[in-house]
Design a protein around this ligand. Structure first.
Ligand code: PLP
Length: 344
């Protein structure tokens, strides 16, 4: 089976497993795990922030960040297509008492400045946090331009709001735009990235910000049950991920474009390959439903998923080869031929 449902299917590399087995560890609840401390400092440096905190998942990193920024009743300005709004089970509301203000997400993954301005006016006088997603998953892995990110910072300053970047795939954005990750989050009060997606570590995310903010986030992390003990075994894989798995994301992007070009030639599938600039390929199915296609593709040896509607998503990652791309296109063609046959 060619696994393109998600880059969370990536497996730890041999170097990660080796580093994990020999990692120096201690009790991170007491801040005595040297490997966790090393990863947190390394990650903070990568993001140009003073401090960072390792969490078990991206969802927890986002939640701890949001709850640290805002008191109960505070307003979250989030994209209506964002992971925080769509896929995190209302945690900010349930656990943090925060109020979601969904802002329409543009096809390029940005929250238009006009829409943000309107949401800021509507919530004037309240503590506000603007959440951006980079890359924007549901818009097909779109990286946000630096000029836009800086403009949001300016807008936030005008209105006394804070900014959080959900950068689950921040390094994909950095590689695709050629802008270092630290630059991409220079206007953000906090940022989260996943070690467990394209970077291929088995577990973990990083939340970064200034020292006081991270001290607060550590308390929230403990409250959420996310403070771990000999977490150096996880952190060791994270360090290898940052050392060895960032630059190679360019291969994932190249293969995603190749896949998009191949799929664009398959009757019954619609997409614009030029839109694919990171590792996510979104396409429409014009024969049958998305689920019909997914089932037929699975029979042909290709695993993909639907983020909703007639759309299907394929994600390239470190387990994807050039041969897989050719085979995936062939499987997609078999699948759509199947569906056309079924329609007749
Ligand atoms: C995957 C993802 C998350 C959550 O990360 P987990 O480690 O799966 O909890 C958050 N935001 C975005 C944009 C994601 O793609």
């Amino acid at each position: 089976m060619i696994e393109l449902r998600s880059d969370t299917f990536t497996l730890p590399t041999a170097a990660m497993r080796e580093a994990m087995s020999f990692a120096a560890v201690g009790n991170d609840g007491y801040r005595e795990d040297p490997t966790v401390l090393e990863l947190e400092q390394r990650a903070a440096d990568e993001l140009g922030k003073a401090a960072a905190c390792l969490t078990p998942s991206g969802i927890m990193a986002n939640l701890a960040g949001l709850m640290t920024h805002l008191p109960r009743g505070g307003s979250l300005l989030v994209g209506d297509e964002s992971d925080i709004y769509r896929h995190e089970h209302g945690g900010a509301s349930i656990c943090g008492g925060l109020v979601y203000h969904p802002v329409t997400t543009a096809p390029d993954g940005t929250l238009p400045l006009d829409a943000l301005r309107a949401a800021l006016a509507e919530t004037a006088g309240e503590p506000r946090l603007i959440c951006l997603e980079n890359t924007q998953n549901r818009c097909g892995g779109k990286p946000l331009p630096l000029s836009y990110l800086d403009a949001v910072r300016e807008l936030a300053d005008e209105h006394g709001a804070r900014v959080h970047v959900d950068g689950a795939r921040l390094f994909n954005a950095a590689i695709a735009t050629g802008v270092p990750a630290a630059e991409l989050v220079r206007g953000a009060d906090s940022a989260q990235f996943c070690l467990s997606k394209g970077l291929s570590a088995p577990i973990g995310s990083i939340l970064a910000g200034d020292a006081d903010f991270i001290a607060g986030a550590r308390r929230v992390r403990t409250m959420l049950g996310g403070t771990m003990r000999q977490a150096g075994v996880i952190a060791a894989a994270g360090l290898v991920a940052l050392d060895t798995m960032v630059d190679r994301l360019a291969d994932d992007h190249r293969r995603a474009r190749k896949l998009a070009e191949g799929l664009a030639g398959v009757p019954g599938l619609e997409l614009d390959p030029a839109e694919v600039v990171t590792n996510i390929v979104l396409f429409d199915v014009t024969v049958g439903t998305a689920q019909d296609f997914i089932d037929a593709a699975a029979r042909a040896g290709l695993a993909v998923l639907s983020p909703g509607g007639l759309k299907v998503r394929a994600v390239t990652h470190s387990g994807t080869t050039d041969a897989d791309i050719a085979a995936a296109v062939a499987a997609a063609a078999v699948a759509t031929a199947d569906l056309v046959g079924a329609v007749r």
